[in-house]
Design a protein around this ligand. Structure first.
Ligand SMILES: [Zn+2]
Ligand SMILES: [Zn+2]
Length: 442
């Protein structure tokens, strides 16, 4: 008979789950807190551990991590009385196999028991660090979510103050989208993770506005000879990509020159709008933003991710410029409609959309032509593209956490009014999203 260990302080809930397992012919071990639970797990080696998220003296995440330090085999299910995506993600990150809201249902549990254990947890033996992100898992992590300039401080501590940088791990590749100030922390974290092992990564740049490249001189992996960094992007306005990247490190702006960086850095100017990074196919598209600015869509095995950090809606700009350009309003509007429908096509059915939502609708009226998004237009774009999840991104440096919360609420209300299914979040520094082939247990 297989054995399950129940770690749950709510007696009624624990007895209920114990009966459920007994009915399905499992041996049941029970305890009401994390420490005895961990000891029982080590002593009895159960096949399955079901643990409450909030125990009297420990969290279920701590229990999960402590068990995973030593035991790889048991499946660990965390149960909770609430349903936040962030908890679910944290459970998977801690090495758990599933996250369920109470009461626990046998059918859902059975699905987790059947499938092989996911292994994003601790490294063992001689595994290379990159291996832990092999399929079936694609992970997106936000390191910088802000536009224009870093704004650290108490009023932005919730969403974060660093400028644009998003890390994507998929199919054994590390792909970094943009090198704003958030890339500094990412660099430190990568070096800690890889230690003496070489890091191979691709930096994909949307454009060379400063908020998207300013972190690069502080990216630690570029200072280590063991590492190889491939930089991909399109020619910048007025100069080549290599020239622009080197320029921000020239005297008198910076003490270390680009060419003196010890890491192997290969800059490759993109000429095509479709290419591959390892096994991941990438499509790109130039966006409505001053200068040359690309948006990318990555097609991973587990779903597609579109990244458009700087983009302005077509119509208001077209209409504003119509008189200056000598174009009739109806013609300008028609042009905007065509451009927008091409963009919708580019984003069609994306699993994750990361879109420039810098301005509220009101603020945008004073910033038409600045190259950035307006909230309700961003939401309607995502709805029309039938995306699954939208992240509001490239937050205005003037918006504090409270204002971003309000924008998020507003966006969710718009989705609700539309009656269509679309999840909306405001991108938050440090947040991770997993795309998994077999969807994580819900
Ligand atoms: Zn920007
Ligand atoms: Zn820009």
């Amino acid at each position: 008979m297989p054995t399950v260990l129940l770690i749950e302080d709510d007696v009624e809930s624990r007895k209920r789950i114990a009966r459920l397992f007994a009915r399905h012919e499992w041996d049941v071990l029970e305890t009401e807190d994390g420490k005895p639970g961990i000891e029982l797990a080590f002593a009895k080696r159960p096949e399955l551990i079901v643990c409450d998220l909030l125990l009297p003296k420990m969290s279920g995440l701590q229990v999960c991590r402590a068990i995973r330090e030593k035991l790889d085999a048991p499946k660990i299910i965390i149960i909770a009385g609430r349903n936040y995506d962030i908890d679910r993600d944290a459970v998977l990150e801690a090495g758990g196999d599933g996250y369920f809201v109470k009461p626990l249902k046998w059918e859902k549990l059975a699905a987790v028991l059947k499938r092989p254990r996911r292994r994003p947890g601790k490294l063992t033996g001689r595994e290379s660090p990159a291996l832990k992100f092999h399929p079936p898992s694609t992970r997106i992590k936000f390191w910088g979510v802000r536009g224009s300039i870093p704004v650290p401080g108490p009023s932005t501590i919730g969403y974060g103050g660093n400028t644009t940088c998003v890390e994507i791990r998929t199919d054994g590749e590390i792909i970094i989208m943009d090198a704003g100030s958030g890339i500094r922390e990412l660099g430190l974290s990568l070096e800690k993770e890889f230690g003496n092992a070489p890091i191979n990564l691709t930096l994909l740049l949307t454009h060379t506005h400063w908020d998207h490249i300013q972190g690069l001189p502080f990216f630690l992996p570029a200072y280590k000879a063991k590492n190889t960094i491939r930089v991909l992007g399109y020619e910048g306005a007025r100069a080549g990509l290599a020239t622009i990247l080197a320029a921000q490190m020239e005297v008198p702006f910076f003490p270390v020159s680009w060419k003196d960086l010890p890491g192997t850095i290969k800059i490759q100017e993109l000429k095509k709008m479709e290419f591959s990074i390892g096994k991941t196919r990438v499509r790109s598209r130039f966006l409505n933003h001053p200068g040359v600015c690309a948006g990318y869509r990555l097609f991973t095995r587990e779903g597609s991710i579109a990244f458009l950090p700087d983009n302005e809606p077509f119509e208001p700009l077209k209409l504003k410029l119509a008189a200056r350009d000598g174009i009739h309003l109806h013609r300008a509007r028609a042009q905007a409609v065509v451009q927008r429908s091409k963009l919708v096509e580019f984003l069609k059915d994306a699993d994750v959309l990361i879109l420039d939502a810098q301005y509220t609708d009101e603020k945008y009226q004073d910033h038409i032509g600045w190259g950035h998004g307006a909230l309700s237009r961003v939401v309607s774009l995502a709805l029309e593209a039938r995306a699954k999840k939208l992240f509001l991104f490239h937050h205005d440096p003037a918006h504090d956490d409270h204002q971003l919360d309000e924008m998020l609420e507003r966006a969710r209300l718009l989705v609700l009014e539309s009656g269509r299914p679309l999840e909306v979040e405001a991108a938050r520094e440090g947040a991770e999203i997993w795309l998994s082939g077999p969807a994580p247990a819900r």
